[in-house]
Design a protein around this ligand. Structure first.
Ligand SMILES: *Cc1c(COP(=O)(O)O)cnc(C)c1O
Length: 385
């Protein structure tokens, strides 16, 4: 079935980019597990394909599917989320400056500060919850503004529309890492961003069984440049991964609805718990940017951050006691996970920066899965008893 932007999210999730297989009628896009394609005469190729690093039908189906879900013209898939991020950085040249939101994913921070800094690209951290700070930090060398919202792990919400305006006024392009929200809850291109980045490893994949990344854009020229780097650097996903992600996007809307519902119940339960100092969830009225979240998101996601009374000792006790929540890094899968950012995911962030961001020893991050909410709440209750 051919889909258009008029179709609803669920219809596009299941059908966009996917036609019944022309040779057999198979309803699922086959896993075209092949590196190369036979030519009938030198340079004469059958369809659009000659070599799978350049293009592969299973990957094309996924790229078109993700483009449709983000409301973009073009999708490009990569072997991981950080590979996708690195490709965006290749739009820059030595001497250029990047503004990065201060509470950015650790791997993104490392890529900017420790890999691309060597190539003469300067990175400045900005608290983008105040878009005026973006305007203040812009200068003629600033070519890219990198936003992540909600952020990890403090779940700050950044106004994509206002930050995009500020960046464009100063002549920079805007990339938004939309991993935490997923395309079901937030579409940055419609809010003025130029590039959307995903770690498909998380909600898009949703089953904690594959690593991948994606970029979605509208602009023809930006697409051509990113596609050229995809071909030239070759950080493309495996064909089997493309199939797994295509299988996953078919249920993205259903999973996200349950993630949001469960996360709200968990956040409300923990808000009333005596062992907890503070609960951070964009869906709570107490969240400092709740109004912006309401404006730019269709739901508040599956991530909940809590501050425990009693610091490290209390956190350790809780994390050793959970039974349904898995103590592990990563997020966005059907199974609930819980972790301690200061020791685990954010250990590479300098202690001084962690303190500034509020990533303390009492901070615990939950990725609320789609199990039964009552069981999740019972598990948290016993872990805090
Ligand atoms: C996991 C993650 C990434 C990196 O993705 P990988 O697939 O692990 O390379 C980037 N941004 C965010 C917000 C993430 O959660």
């Amino acid at each position: 079935m051919k889909t258009s932007s008029n179709h609803g999210f669920g219809t596009r999730a299941i059908h966009a980019g996917q036609q019944p297989d022309p040779t057999t009628g198979a309803i699922c896009t086959p896993i075209y597990q092949t590196s190369t394609f036979v030519q009938s005469s030198p340079g004469v190729i059958k369809g659009e394909y000659d070599y799978s690093r350049a293009a592969n039908p299973t990957r094309d189906a996924l790229q078109d599917n993700l483009a449709s879900l983000e409301g973009g013209k073009y999708g490009l898939c990569f072997s991981s989320g950080v590979a996708a991020t690195g490709v965006v950085l290749h739009l820059l040249s030595s001497g250029d400056k990047v503004l990065l939101c201060d509470d950015v994913y650790g791997g993104t921070n490392r890529l900017f500060h420790r890999v691309f800094a060597q190539l003469g690209i300067e990175t400045v951290l900005v608290d983008m919850t105040d878009p005026d700070r973006v305007t203040e930090a812009m200068d003629e060398r600033t070519k890219l503004v990198w936003v992540e919202t909600p952020t990890n792990p403090t779940l700050k919400v950044i106004d994509i529309e206002r930050v995009s305006e500020a960046a464009h006024m100063g002549g920079a392009i805007v990339a938004v890492d939309n991993t935490f929200a997923s395309p079901y809850l937030q579409n940055p291109l419609a809010l003025g961003a130029d590039i959307v980045c995903h770690s498909t490893t998380k909600y898009i994949g949703g089953h904690s069984d594959a690593i991948g990344g994606a970029l979605i854009v509208n602009d023809d020229e930006i697409h051509q440049r990113l596609k050229f780097v995809q071909l030239s650097e070759g950080a493309v996903p495996g064909i089997m991964e493309c199939f797994l992600f295509l299988r996953s996007t078919k249920t993205l809307h259903v999973r996200m609805d349950r993630h949001c519902e469960n996360a709200m119940k968990v956040a409300e339960y923990l808000s009333g718990h005596a062992a907890i100092e503070k609960v951070v969830y964009p869906g709570l009225k107490s969240h400092p940017q709740h109004d912006i979240a309401r404006k730019q998101m269709r739901g508040f996601g599956g991530m909940v951050t809590i501050y425990l009374k009693g610091g490290l000792e209390a956190s350790r006790k809780m994390l050793e006691r959970v039974a349904i929540f898995g103590l592990a890094e990563s997020l966005g899968g059907v199974e609930s996970l819980i972790e301690h950012p200061a020791i685990m995911t954010h250990a590479s962030v300098p202690a001084e920066q962690r303190a500034k961001l509020g990533i303390s020893d009492g901070l615990v991050r939950l990725s609320v899965g789609i199990e039964d909410a009552d069981d999740l709440i019972a598990d948290l209750k016993q872990s805090l008893a």
